[in-house]
Design a protein around this ligand. Structure first.
Ligand code: FES
Length: 68
């Protein structure tokens, strides 16, 4: 079985790699390339993918600290 990975970048997009079925709200597959960078800032002109517009400007930083 192939491994899949979802990685939240610090102040950046979510990187999705591996065999993951990504579909839009109409059920259409939107998988394009691997790995995929999914926008987390809401500013991309190519949603749901990151187009790099947020680079260096995102203030949100998600970490798992305190959860485990
Ligand atoms: S996270 Fe990259 S454009 Fe939104």
């Amino acid at each position: 079985m192939a491994e899949s990975r979802v990685q939240i970048l610090s102040k950046g997009p979510v990187i999705v790699a591996g065999h993951v079925d990504v579909v839009d709200d109409n059920g259409k597959s939107i998988r394009r390339q691997e790995p995929m960078a999914i926008c987390r800032c809401g500013q991309s002109q190519n949603m749901p993918f990151c187009d790099g517009i947020s680079e260096g400007h995102m203030k949100v930083c998600s970490r798992a600290e305190g959860i485990l």
